[in-house]
Design a protein around this ligand. Structure first.
Ligand code: FES
Length: 98
């Protein structure tokens, strides 16, 4: 099972195991982390930005919806939209507000 390590400021990391191909949004919600998701994960709001510290190769490439959203709301290097980023292996992530 892929393991998601969530880096939080001033607290120990949170670690959660998820099913293969789970989204990073699902992992964050399961770990009870606050994460922007006003469109509820349909790649419209761009609020679910998440930064991948380690494990970029364990994240599936962007699908069409994520690529379309990134074209109008650009991502930084190593940043993805959590609602679309599906993982296949271990990753370490954070956001600017965790
Ligand atoms: S939750 Fe809205 S774009 Fe990801």
């Amino acid at each position: 099972m892929p393991r998601v390590t969530i880096i939080v400021t001033n607290a120990p990391p949170r670690v959660i195991d998820v099913l293969p191909r789970a989204t990073l949004l699902r992992a964050a919600v399961r770990a009870r982390m606050p994460i922007g998701r006003s469109c509820r994960g349909v790649a419209v709001c761009a609020a679910c930005r998440i930064f991948i510290i380690e494990g970029c190769d364990a994240v599936e490439p962007m699908d069409e919806l994520e690529a379309r959203l990134a074209a109008r709301s650009p991502l930084a290097e190593r940043e993805r939209f959590a609602c679309r980023a599906r993982i296949t292996g271990d990753v370490t992530v954070t956001t600017s507000y965790w």
